[in-house]
Design a protein around this ligand. Sequence first.
Ligand code: AMP
Length: 186
Amino acid sequence: MNLILFGPPAAGKGTQAKRLVEEKGMVQLSTGDMLRAAIASGSELGLKVKDVLARGDLVTDEIVIALIEDRLDEAEAAGGAIFDGFPRTVAQAEALDAMLAKRGKQIDAVVRLKVDDAALLERVAKRYAEQGRPDDNPESFVVRLEAYNHNTAPLLPYYEKQGKLTQADGMGSIESVAKAIDEALA
Ligand code: AMP
């Protein structure tokens, strides 16, 4: 099973992906986590993307597609991937479909977590206070939301046309969102 958790930043994708990893043994592929690890390690890639992440802009399609491609064998061996924060553009979605097709695989389900903007702003202000993630500051968060609305939301019709999109109310508790995702996957 290959699943995409879809939604704006701070919608709860990471939290739900981690739960699914524990319950189903799938691999979480979070391009945001991979990029933050590259920055923390001080690698060439990390140096290249550090300012882009801090601003809240998207890194290039080429960079994230390569990061995902490197992990697909591992995900396949584990029985599937939960894509978290990828794809974020139509070009990334097309590349993902092509990479999976080459392996005789496909995306099986896309679950969209719906959370309204006011709740996102509230959540991210709390996360910023607790964790101090640089791109959770209010200015960068506005840029991230704009990137979502401009570049990523157009993926909804892309997956709807493929008959793979289901919607889950992301406004409730972690448990109620988990239940909605599980129902969507059943
Ligand atoms: P996230 O942890 O998913 O919110 O990602 C944090 C940041 O990493 C984003 O704001 C982007 O700067 C970058 N990023 C993560 N995934 C992608 C992606 N699929 N395409 C472009 N940029 C990405």
